[in-house]
Design a protein around this ligand. Structure first.
Ligand code: ADP
Ligand code: MG
Length: 273
C-alpha cells in the first residue's frame, strides 16, 4: 500500500460481464475494477446480482460474455479450484468451520493446503507455521479460546474464525459475503475492526447490507442494481445519490438465514480433503 506501484496495480478487472441463466441476465455488461490493497464494499438491493458477481470471480459460474481478470490474468478457462490456488479466497455467509475441532486446529487445517488433514492435526508443524497460527489467533481475537472447540464459539467468533481460516490460506484477494448478518452490534464492530486490520495487508471485497457496518469500514462503495454498476463513490456520495435512494425505496430487508453447516457435511468435507 505504501508503494505507488501497488496502489495503481489492478487486482481485479471485470469487463462487459454478462451472465445469463436460461436467458435471464443476472449480470449485464458489468464493468468493475479494484486496485491492489483496496478494501471495497459492494452493496445493492436483493436480486441485484451480488452473489452471482462473487460466483463469477471464484469460477463457480462462467461468464456468458465479457471477462474477469485477476492480476491481469483471464480466469475464463480456470476451474474454481485453480482460481482459489491463484490466490482468491471466499468467505460464505454461513460459517464453514469444523465444529468438533479446536479453534487452533481449524486454522491449522485451513493453512495446510496440499498436506493431509492427519499431518495438519497431528504433525508437529514447523516453527514458522506455529508462529503464523499464533499470530493469526491474536489478529482474530481468539487466542484465549485457541484450544476450545470451535462449536462452542458465539456466532460472531465463528465468523472471525472463518475469516482467520481464509487468511491462513494466504490469498491475495479476500471475498467476504455478508459477514455481519445476524450479529450483535458489538460483534459487528469486532468484524469491522478485523477487516480494517486485514485491509492493511490484503485486498478485500465485501458484500454487505448492514449500512452501519458499511459506514464503519467503507472507503469506496460500489452499488449494483439489476446486474450492472449503478454508481460508485464514498458512502456519503452513494447514499445521497437519487438513483440509489430510488432503488432502495420499498425494499424489504433480505431474510437472513443463520444455519450452521451440518456435522455430516463437515465430516464429508474433512474426508474429502
Ligand atoms: P443478490 O445476491 O444481489 O441478491 P443474486 O446474484 O443472487 O442477487 O441473483 C441475481 C438474479 O439472478 C436474481 O434475480 C436471481 O433470482 C437470479 N439467479 C441467481 N442465480 C440463478 C440461477 N442459478 N439460475 C437462475 N437464476 C438465478
Ligand atoms: Mg446474495
Amino acid at each position: 500500500m505504501n508503494s505507488n506501484k501497488l496502489e495503481t496495480e489492478k487486482i481485479l478487472e471485470i469487463e462487459n460481464l454478462t451472465v445469463s441463466f436460461d436467458g435471464f441476465k443476472a449480470l449485464k455488461q458489468l464493468n468493475f475494477s479494484m486496485d491492489a490493497g483496496e478494501l471495497r464494499v459492494v452493496i445493492g438491493p436483493n436480486g441485484a446480482g451480488k452473489t452471482t458477481f462473487l460466483d463469477v470471480i471464484t469460477g463457480k459460474v462462467k461468464p456468458t460474455e465479457g471477462r474477469v481478470l485477476f492480476k491481469g490474468r483471464n480466469l475464463r478457462s480456470l476451474s474454481e479450484h485453480k482460481i482459489a490456488r491463484l490466490g482468491i479466497g471466499r468467505k460464505f455467509q454461513t460459517p464453514r468451520i469444523y465444529l468438533n475441532l479446536s479453534v487452533r486446529d481449524n486454522l491449522a487445517i485451513a493453512g495446510s493446503r496440499g498436506k493431509s488433514v492427519f499431518s495438519a492435526l497431528f504433525g508437529r508443524g514447523s516453527t514458522a507455521e506455529r508462529r503464523n497460527i499464533s499470530s493469526l489467533l491474536e489478529t482474530i481475537g481468539l487466542a484465549s479460546k485457541a484450544d476450545g472447540l470451535a462449536g462452542l464459539l458465539s456466532h460472531g467468533e465463528k465468523q472471525r474464525l472463518e475469516i482467520g481460516m481464509l487468511v491462513a490460506q494466504s490469498p491475495d484477494l479476500l471475498l467476504v459475503d455478508e459477514p455481519v448478518a445476524g450479529l450483535t452490534d458489538e460483534e459487528t464492530a469486532n468484524i469491522g475492526d478485523l477487516l480494517l486490520a486485514l485491509a492493511e495487508s490484503h485486498s478485500i471485497l465485501v458484500i454487505e447490507h448492514d449500512m452501519e457496518f458499511v459506514r464503519q469500514i467503507a472507503r469506496k462503495v460500489t452499488v449494483l442494481h439489476e446486474g450492472s454498476v449503478l454508481c460508485e463513490g464514498t458512502i456519503e456520495e452513494v447514499q445521497s445519490d437519487p438513483r440509489v435512494i430510488e432503488v432502495y425505496l420499498g425494499q424489504q430487508p433480505e431474510m437472513q438465514t443463520e444455519t450452521e453447516m451440518p456435522v455430516e457435511t463437515v465430516r464429508e468435507e474433512i474426508n474429502a480433503q
